[in-house]
Design a protein around this ligand. Structure first.
Ligand code: EPZ
Length: 439
């Protein structure tokens, strides 16, 4: 098992290129099953979740191969309707094949996803939407059993207690494109990743309107072709590097990200006092030595993304004064807080809100990653901590950040990936590299 070891106190500067979005790519991969011939996806990040999805598509009878950043998916052998628990437990996004299975094969046997480190993640809205289209759905022995006696368009409200659902919107759209008649999804998710899926489905021949708003209308067609599509840049990876610039008083040009996808994140950085300047080839982010405290409330897009909550919580640990961070999407998504406390942060949790009192400095420690964004937050904190931080269970980060330590090293971070079976616990106060000056 790998861990990441990093030396705090170094200013990050330079240029970082943003990879394609994992959360856009996973539904695009599932959607390629709806076509009649091979789809090509470009700007695909080389990540553990992408590999897991490729293996799953292979088990369903499709063929997936990744060369560089281009992924080719040939759906012509797609014939197996079953996704077992050992797939779904590795990656909840496996549920994305449910819509395509019902629409294309007329039947699905898909394991129900289980618990998750970021809290309860029900799939009731996915099932409600697919049932409204006419799928017969039963739950039995931990599996969703579905068959399709002929999907028909319907009016579907997909808003849950925590707002719209990205996954349910995507899954229902992927079934509705092949249903007879018109489907209207109300309370649809507006995230850029949903819009990206619509862009590709439309290229395949689907008839969809309203993406990026809360009402999406789909007119079913008889069949879909292949697509040649470039995945949007990862706004969460870009946002994570922005917090790294902020916490190290650094100066980073974030290349290849879409400023129009990042408004809520950029507005918070500006409020904190971090300089953000759009440039021709990206966004320049310059830190400050006076981080101001702010209030953050996570919300569905275009609100502040839950996937940036942990990284901003880490950043605010060093702001001058008291910040509040309220999580409304996954109210229990605060496991990183206990680890930040071990690094000297002052944070109190109160019913879905973290009250963060800024401290003068953080101190390095051995900390445990619990999920993808929590791992990123611990790395952000480690960059500003005195001494050597080691982040254990780093496999979480490999699910969603492509070559993170290489990208950070190019910005001047002292960071290394080590195999825990071959190294001793390094402790946190001595420098693994000796005292080296900032670049
Ligand atoms: C996607 O998950 C992302 N994952 C998540 O990113 C992200 O945190 C989330 O959207 C919110 O932006 C992928 O795209 C693969 P939701 P998803 O359905 O689609 C509730 C990361 O770190 N809900 O939009 O599963 C749900 O519990 C990951 O990259 C229901 O109540 O999220 C949550 O409170 C983690 N019933 C809210 O809706 C349902 O049937 C939004 O969830 C579905 C969801």
């Amino acid at each position: 098992m790998d861990k990441i070891v990093l030396q705090g106190g170094r200013r990050l500067q330079g240029t970082v290129a943003i990879s394609g979005s994992k959360n856009a790519c996973l539904p695009l991969m599932a959607a390629s099953l709806l076509g009649d011939s091979p789809t090509q996806l470009h700007n695909v990040p080389n990540l553990r979740d992408i590999t897991t999805m490729m293996i799953m598509l292979g088990e369903l009878g499709a063929k997936a191969s990744l060369k560089g950043t281009t992924l080719t998916i040939d759906p012509r052998g797609f014939s197996v309707p079953k996704v077992p628990y050992n797939m779904v437990r590795k990656m909840r996004a496996s549920i994305y094949v449910l819509g395509p299975l019902i629409a294309r094969l007329g039947r699905a046997i898909v394991s129900l996803p289980g618990g998750c480190a970021i809290g309860a993640r029900p799939i009731d809205l996915h099932l409600k939407g697919l049932a409204a289209l006419g799928a017969n759905i039963k739950l039995s022995h931990g599996y969703i059993l579905a068959d399709n006696p002929g999907l028909k368009g319907a009016e579907i409200v997909l808003e849950g207690a925590h707002g719209s659902s990205v996954g349910a919107t995507n899954n229902v759209m992927m079934a509705a494109v092949l249903a007879k008649g018109i489907t209207t999804i109300r309370g649809a998710a507006c995230e850029p990743e949903v819009v990206d899926l619509v862009t590709m489905l439309r290229q395949m021949g689907a008839r969809i309107e309203g993406e990026g708003t809360s009402t999406i209308t789909i007119t079913g067609v008889n069949g879909l072709q292949c697509a040649d599509h470039t995945v949007i840049p990862d706004r969460i990876e870009a946002g994570t590097f922005m917090t790294m610039a902020g916490i190290t008083q650094g100066d980073i040009l974030i290349k290849g990200c879409r400023i129009d996808h990042m408004e809520a994140i950029i507005n918070k950085l500006l409020e904190i006092g971090i300089e953000v300047t759009p440039q021709d080839d990206g966004i320049r982010v310059q830190g400050t030595d006076h981080l101001k405290p702010v209030s953050i409330r996570t919300l569905p897009y275009p609100g502040f993304p839950t996937d940036m909550q942990a990284q901003f919580t880490a950043l605010l640990c060093l702001a001058e004064g008291q910040s509040t961070v309220t999580e409304t999407i996954y109210v229990d998504r605060f496991i990183h807080v206990a680890e930040l406390l071990r690094m000297g942060a002052d944070i109190q949790l109160h019913r879905g809100t973290a009250i963060v009192r800024g401290v003068k400095k953080l101190s390095a420690a051995s900390v445990m990653a619990s999920d993808l964004r929590a791992s990123a937050a611990l790395i952000v904190a480690g960059l500003a901590a005195e001494g050597l931080t080691e982040v254990l269970r780093v496999y979480h980060i490999d699910r969603g950040y492509e070559r993170i330590e290489q990208k950070m090293a190019l910005l001047g971070a002292k960071i290394e990936r080590l195999d825990t079976t071959k190294t001793k616990d390094l402790g946190s106060t001595s420098s693994h590299w000796g005292d080296t000056p900032d670049p």
